[in-house]
Design a protein around this ligand. Structure first.
Ligand code: ADP
Ligand code: ZN
Length: 685
């Protein structure tokens, strides 16, 4: 029997001979020869089927499959259709897409005695099954009821301010599904997948949970995958890739912090886990809940249009009020100081008087503070005051960041060098640090508050999962008075003692050449602010936002706790400029070792795209091709980068046709120039 098989390679499905004795079925995995290799393949259709493609032309070369892939369960039809949709929509090989459905290693031999995941804290298991110490409030109850009552596919937006008890609503909905004998999948951003969160789920749902994220060993991943796949676990909590685990009785999908950019994968299959999850829920005919205090504008747009059903949790669930937010205008700080002559000698340049006083106050009360700055190191760059030369990475078009006293590092590649005493360019000036980073904050705070216990959380300090967990535990157990960190501390963390949050320089987030910069800044500010005073009663948590741009929309609306106002204003900009969610956006990226060759390749693909727009079925569809232009990060790791955008409702379809045209002409294009198509692109740098 000849079957079309989706092979694990960047190729379209191929034909293979499959012995009848294997009882071949659609969705079954096999091992097939491919060149000199053996790869996994997924049976799609018998070649006689109307669905089969190009098989007759290749009849002579049809090879025989090697064996069934005995350790891989057959994928059910709905999943298979979902994988087919993903491969087509994101323009990726179906075989490679399907490969994501399986664990990295073979199933471990023998029955394991302990089913419990090693990731789950034994203490939380003991309290498992316990109801929470409180009852759901009316808003939570109503949301959980509405979500659970609707059978079949429904997309829900759980729009709840930070600390409004969204997690409790998830837990309630999950418990109702478990009671019906179904499984649930909870996707959270990788960075939020902390022991805190897992313990919280384990404490309520017991040990029948599995966890999948990228920091597990391949063995741990494999074991957790099997526990979910065999329904030994009822609940799977994971980062975006957990979506691919073929759970047999999936009855509910939850995407927590659905707005998070990390749900978008930027290599290989460039999918967005939230969007992919919506389609999966549709195929499986199950409900899906998207939760956020700051929904992505795509999701908000769908909620406004009625495509998603919205449930609001307008207040914090504890008796705590929303934090009080103060905006500190760094420009007028500077002005005041100029007029006053000098600033206080012992106050570092990056901290305002207001924030310093608040910090002193917080420490005197024995409470905790967090300072947020989305920049690592001592200084963001080093420049020569005599000739103006900036220390740049030789491989990337970015400046080198100063770490420690003299260590210059590129944050994009491995390059590092020692800071020179005298400028290499003019041989005169002494290079000076410019800007600031978390390491500098820590050093300065050490002299400012010598008695305070400090901890820093950024990618320099936190290199492993263990580091992250230890750091979180340190703050929880009050071994830390001031936490300093990058976006690592922005999300999800719930520290009862934390009553002051300072955003040292909010502007870092605004000034990026990306149409989502403002949306991301608003989300970040709101999320960071939401860490403050989550459990205070009778007094509000404090937030200080230091900025050079106090009238920026992201700040104005954060200050007013007004997501809806922000969304209204931002959606109207997007619509005026034809950006998502008003229109679809596809990015084409070109990278190569030679700038001219890369640009000319991009230009050729650009004219191809413009030609395609003129002909049916795209003619008159309002599609637009922009560029090519140099990417904001014009050179990374010695690769010159250019990008081009297709805008319009039909952009994904045009991209598909364009991709076929590129494949056909691939031999005429320089082999060293890599071309990537990113449908619904998110990262535009
Ligand atoms: P979110 O996920 O919306 O940020 P959480 O679910 O983490 O909010 O809840 C915030 C805090 O409020 C948690 O400490 C939680 O235990 C508590 N909480 C949630 N629901 C209630 C409730 N109904 N009554 C009292 N406390 C609650
Ligand atoms: Zn570099």
């Amino acid at each position: 029997m000849i079957w079309t098989v989706a092979v694990d390679a960047p190729l379209p499905p191929l034909s293979y001979e499959i012995p009848e004795a294997w009882n071949p079925e659609r969705g079954q995995s096999v091992i097939v020869p491919l060149g000199s290799r053996r790869v996994h393949g997924l049976l799609l259709n018998p070649a006689s089927d109307a669905h089969s493609t190009n098989s007759s032309a290749t009849k002579f070369t049809i090879k025989r499959a090697v064996s069934p892939a005995a350790d891989r369960p057959r994928l059910e039809e709905a999943r298979l259709q979902w994988l087919e949709w993903l491969a087509k929509y994101y323009i990726h090989s179906l075989g490679e897409t399907a490969e994501l459905s399986f664990p990295p290693l073979a199933k471990s031999g023998g029955r394991r005695k302990s089913k419990k995941s090693a990731l789950i804290n034994a203490n939380s298991i003991q309290s498992a099954g316990n109801a929470p110490a409180f009852e759901l409030n009316p808003a939570q109850r109503e949301a959980a009821r509405a979500i659970s009552d609707a059978e079949g596919f429904h997309a829900h937006l759980l729009f709840g301010v930070t600390g409004s008890g969204k997690t409790e609503v998830y837990l309630e909905c999950i418990q109702r599904q478990l009671a019906l004998g179904r499984q649930a999948l909870v996707l959270v951003p990788e960075i939020a997948l902390t022991p805190q969160l897992i313990d919280r789920f384990a404490a309520r749902l017991g040990e029948r949970i599995a966890v999948i994220h990228s920091h597990l060993t391949p063995r741990e991943k494999t074991d957790n995958w099997w526990r979910a796949q065999s329904a030994e676990a009822d609940v799977l909590i994971g980062a975006r890739s957990a979506l691919f685990c073929p759970m047999p009785n999936l009855g509910l999908i939850i995407i927590d912090e659905e707005h998070e950019a990390s749900f978008k994968q930027d290599e290989s299959l460039r999918y967005h886990a939230r969007d992919a999850a919506i389609v999966l829920a549709q195929k499986l005919k199950v409900p899906i809940v998207l939760g956020s205090a700051t929904p992505s504008l795509e999701t908000w747009h769908n909620a406004l249009s009625g495509k998603y059903q919205r449930h609001d949790l307008p207040a914090r669930a504890t008796n705590a009020s929303m934090p009080e937010i103060h905006v500190i205008d760094l420009r007028s700080q500077r002005e005041k100081e100029k007029i006053a002559g000098r600033r206080d000698n012992d106050r570092p340049f990056w901290i305002s008087k207001e924030l310093q006083f608040a910090l002193t106050d917080t420490l005197e009360r024995g409470e905790q503070a967090a300072l947020f700055l989305n920049r690592r190191g001592i200084a963001q760059s080093v420049f020569c005051p005599a000739c103006g030369t900036k220390a740049e990475c030789p491989n990337c078009a970015v400046s080198l960041t100063l770490h420690g006293r003299s260590h210059l590092v590129c944050h994009y590649c491995d390059y590092h060098e020692t800071k020179k005493e005298i400028c290499g360019e003019c041989k005169e000036g002494e290079p000076q640090p410019l800007g600031l980073g978390t390491e500098l904050l820590e050093n300065d705070l050490r002299s400012l508050f010598p008695a305070a216990r400090l901890a820093r959380m950024d990618r320099d300090e936190i290199r492993s999962r263990e580091d992250l967990e230890a750091a979180i535990r340190g703050v929880e157990q009050r071994e830390v008075d001031v936490l300093i960190g990058t976006q690592m501390i922005a999300k999800g963390l719930d520290f009862p003692g934390l009553t002051l949050v300072g955003l040292v320089m909010a502007d870092v987030a605004f000034n990026l050449p990306d149409f989502r910069a403002s949306e991301r800044a608003f989300q970040l500010l709101t999320q960071v602010a939401g860490r403050s005073g989550r459990h205070l009663e009778g007094r509000r948590g404090q937030v200080f936002i230091q900025t050079y741009n106090p009238t920026h929309a992201a700040i104005r609306f954060t200050l007013a706790h007004d997501y809806e106002g922000f969304a209204r204003e931002e959606l109207s900009f997007r619509s005026d400029l034809n950006y998502p969610p008003a229109q679809r956006l596809v990015a084409l990226r070109f990278a190569g070792p030679d700038a001219d060759e890369t640009l000319s390749t991009a230009s050729r693909v650009g004219s191809l795209a413009r030609q395609l727009i003129e002909i049916a079925p795209f003619a008159g569809r309002g599609l637009d091709v922009l560029g090519p232009a140099a990417s904001p990060l014009a050179k990374l790791r010695n690769q010159f980068r250019f990008q081009m955008f297709i805008k319009g409702q039909d952009a994904p379809a045009l991209a598909r046709t364009l991709s076929e045209a590129i494949d056909k002409n691939r031999k005429k294009l320089p082999p060293k120039v890599k071309i990537h198509i990113d449908v619904d692109a998110h990262h535009l740098l």
